[in-house]
Design a protein around this ligand. Structure first.
Ligand code: MLT
Ligand code: ZN
Length: 471
């Protein structure tokens, strides 16, 4: 066993041995990985599992004093390497901060610690007739702090919006140990600059979230799910465009192509029809009496828009099995392929059909298999590039990432953005210049430097390194 370095013993003295996952600990390696498609493993010197804001501040004070890099981490479910300690040093994990401190039905808010699992929060508020809409596919194991750090989305973002719209207030520990509380408990508020919105989505590069004040809604009394079965992706994409123009406002408008469906068939309790070349998943919510009428409208429109079949799932158990199946797509692809580069590009809604065609073309030209699914109603497509070649072979990796770059270029060409919900982290930072000007990138560097002049907080993420002048 390696002898613990200076920083490990200092942190151990300050926070107690029970807070430290140090050298030689069997779990230490877990903190060097996340759900990103990177074969590399980035071992930290230690992980500190904080239980309070005071402890998080202590870690950030000690790390600044000793000039040690520190990488914040939620549940480790991120897909872009945002929580990987690329510069070594310390991982600051909020996984033990799991208290739901308050649910207030009168103010329609909850106050929670960052390690609360998103699905746990949803169930807790639903038990009180309330609703927390953001529903990332990983909701059973991702945490609310990580969702805020990445501004996570999910299927219901189509009607209800993404995480940022539900974070009213934050407590954040800053590099050096200062504790900042910002935001408000009110439904509206425009006093001062919006620091809360500024922190959400910064992937732990500005500070470490230690408490969140979350907006809630009354729980919709009923919901129903409709599956439009289409012959192929182009027809399904065109149908999505038609549905978008209709003014029907479902809460979910999702697409899954044949490859995605075929990978979940064997595991899913829901039986997807054999003839499905693509599925459009639509969910409506509202008063129980209106469900039948809404489903009929959606079903009729799917028929008119070329569906081979329209299936309804109204019973809670059946709807649950549809959603379990939907959430299995990503893990099933990961199981089936040695390499799964999963992008989450987002294009303007009017360009969805064209983007689907471009992905098809890139797949045909590169010979790389794809599976496309996701939040098509938002233009947010999970384009998965798949291969069973050796992930450690540099040529294979170059081929995969150059296909990913082609997907990014096509996206930007259509007026879209590289990431609709997963974030930038490590995997997309070197592609940002495809979308944003050097000026825009430079202002972001200055913004980052204001919160973290040392550059030690989650280094190497979100922004590309500065170019040297003759590059
Ligand atoms: C999803 O919607 O399933 C996830 O955001 C996408 C993924 O896991 O690739
Ligand atoms: Zn998604």
């Amino acid at each position: 066993m390696k002898s613990p370095s200076d920083i490990v013993s200092v942190l151990e003295r300050e926070l107690g041995a029970q807070a430290i996952v140090g050298p030689g600990h069997e779990r230490l390696d877990d903190y060097g990985r996340d759900e990103s498609p990177l074969p590399e493993f980035y071992p930290p010197e230690c992980a500190v599992l904080v239980e309070s804001a005071a402890q998080a501040c202590a870690v950030l004070r000690i790390c600044l004093e000793r000039k040690v890099p520190v990488t914040p981490r939620g549940a480790g479910s991120g897909m872009c390497g945002g929580a990987l300690p690329v510069a070594g040093g310390v991982v600051l994990s909020t996984e033990r901060m799991q208290r739901i401190k308050e649910i207030d039905p009168a103010d329609l808010i909850a106050v929670v610690e960052p390690g609360v699992i998103t699905g746990v929060l949803q169930t807790a508020v639903e038990d009180q007739g309330l609703f927390y809409p953001p529903d990332p596919a990983s909701l059973e194991f991702c945490s609310i702090g990580g969702n805020a750090a990445t501004n996570a989305g999910g299927p219901r973002a189509f009607k209800y919006g993404v995480t940022r719209e539900y974070i009213l207030g934050l407590e954040v520990c800053l590099m050096g140990g200062e504790l900042l509380r910002c935001g408000r408990r009110t439904a509206k508020g425009v006093t001062g600059y919006d620091l809360v919105a500024g922190f959400v989505g910064t992937e732990g590069t500005f500070g470490v979230i230690t408490e969140l004040l979350v907006k809630l809604l009354p729980k919709p009394p009923a919901a129903a799910t409709v599956l439009g079965v289409f012959a192929d992706v182009p027809t399904a994409g065109t149908a999505i465009n038609g549905l978008l123009r209709d003014g029907l406002r479902p809460r979910v408008l999702e697409l899954a192509d044949k490859a995605s469906i075929d990978h979940i068939r064997a595991k899913s309790r829901y039986r997807f029809p054999a003839n499905a070349g693509a599925i459009v998943l639509i969910e409506v919510d509202g008063e129980a009496e209106s469900m039948q009428m809404m489903m009929e409208k959606v079903g009729m429109r799917c028929d008119e828009l070329g569906a081979l079949d329209v299936l309804a799932a109204t019973e809670p158990a059946e709807r649950r099995s549809v959603w379990e199946a939907r959430r299995l797509i990503s893990p099933s692809l990961k199981e089936a392929y040695r390499i799964k580069v999963n992008e989450d590009i987002c294009v303007p809604r009017g360009r969805i059909v064209e983007m689907l065609a471009r992905i098809d073309r890139i797949s045909a030209e590169t010979g790389i298999a794809t599976a496309v699914f996701g939040h098509a109603g938002d233009g947010n497509l999970h384009c998965n590039l798949l291969s069973n070649d050796n992930p450690d072979d540099p040529d294979v990796r170059t081929r995969m990432w150059s296909a990913a770059e082609q997907v990014f270029r096509a996206t930007v060409d259509l007026g879209g953005t590289l990431s609709g919900e997963h974030g930038v982290g490590l995997t997309k930072r070197d592609y940002i210049h495809l979308e944003q000007s050097e000026q825009v990138i430079e202002w972001q560097r200055r913004w980052k430097a204001m919160w973290d002049p040392s550059g030690l907080l989650n280094p190497g993420k979100r922004l590309p390194a500065r170019r040297v002048c003759n590059e």
